[in-house]
Design a binder for this molecule. Structure first.
Ligand code: SF4
Ligand code: SF4
Length: 307
């Protein structure tokens, strides 16, 4: 979805990316201290997703009912009549929302938030460059994450190339459900691929992520021995992939890759639950337990190749 638009004097402006956040000083999305750029839009439907605001390609309106003080400013300003009070309750008619952000801008209680924006590569680079010193001392850099960044391959390429020209280390965090051509586009300017693998069982994958895993596995196998460092990340979800066999199966698939750096386990958590409520979405992971700590430690040993 990398969009190129024409500005004044019909000159081609820099690509704009559809993103929802930029986080600085991350330690968990690749080596060293990193800036993480979160792309908006994802083509998987994982039931445990802890970033539900990343999934739609459109802007999202989040409403935190517990913060609302009932001032009515949003009711007055919304051009589409999305906000109303009925029997003392604040009702949000999301189906009418155009994502203009006017209501969030007048809400002093911070009960409303708009997520998602188009950001130019120049503006993003300005923010990325602010932490050059930290990248240098820690071996860090920029990580593209999401959502699914590789659904915007041209935008990814442009920003990664700009980073490489400035000597900044680059990483792409992907779920892999994209055309192989998208990988080919970014690989020459990418140092690390962080590749999420949920399960090798296609039926289970369809059930918990909404799509087949065939293209994901095919792309993963295509990355074997390429000139890019590979970190395979398994979101560890009880009842889906939390047995020794589940983990060893994935380790067995990638264990022989010369470019594999490690297999990481990311235990399921429920920190995203409040965002579902704010988005007016059902939280489907309520019944999934948080993985037991000892079990996670044992599975991490298996992931590290210690059977
Ligand atoms: S502007 Fe904010 S605090 Fe006021 S009614 Fe709307 S959501 Fe509630
Ligand atoms: S974002 Fe715009 S259209 Fe949507 S509820 Fe707020 S004011 Fe209305």
């Amino acid at each position: 979805m990398g969009m190129t638009k024409r500005g004044e004097n019909n000159k081609v402006c820099a690509t704009e990316l559809n993103i929802f956040d930029i986080q600085r000083f991350s330690w968990v999305d690749g080596p060293g201290i990193r800036t993480v750029l979160f792309f908006k839009g994802c083509n998987l439907d994982c039931i445990w997703c802890h970033n539900p605001e990343s999934r739609s390609f459109d802007r999202d309106l989040l409403f935190y009912a517990d913060r609302c003080i009932g001032c009515g400013k949003c009711v007055d300003i919304c051009p589409n009549g999305c906000h109303a009070f009925s029997e003392g309750r604040h009702v949000v008619r999301r189906e009418r929302c155009a994502g203009c952000g006017k209501c969030a801008s007048v809400c002093n209680a911070e009960a409303l938030e708009i997520v998602g924006k188009a950001a130019g590569v120049d503006d993003i680079m300005e923010e990325v460059l602010e932490d050059m010193e930290f990248y240098g001392m820690s071996g860090g850099g920029l990580t593209l994450s999401g959502g699914e960044p590789l659904l915007q391959p041209e935008g990814c390429f442009e920003i990664l190339e700009r980073c490489k020209k400035r000597g900044i280390h680059t990483a792409v965090d992907t779920a892999g459900y994209v055309e192989w051509s998208s990988f080919e586009r970014v690989l020459p300017v990418t140092d690390y691929i962080l590749y999420d693998v949920k399960t090798l069982d296609d039926e289970v994958h369809k059930k918990v992520c909404g799509v087949s895993n065939r293209a994901i596995i095919r792309n993963l196998l295509n990355l074997k021995d390429r000139d890019v460092n590979l970190i395979v990340r398994i979101p560890l979800v009880p009842g889906v992939n939390d047995t020794r066999e589940d983990v060893l199966e994935i380790v067995g698939l990638v264990g022989g890759f010369d470019n594999l750096v490690k297999v990481e386990l990311l235990p399921f958590h429920k920190l995203g639950r409040s965002k579902y409520e704010a988005l007016g979405l059902a939280y489907r992971a309520e019944k999934i337990p948080v993985p037991d700590r000892e079990k996670v430690c044992a599975l991490r040993q298996h992931a590290a190749g210690k059977r």
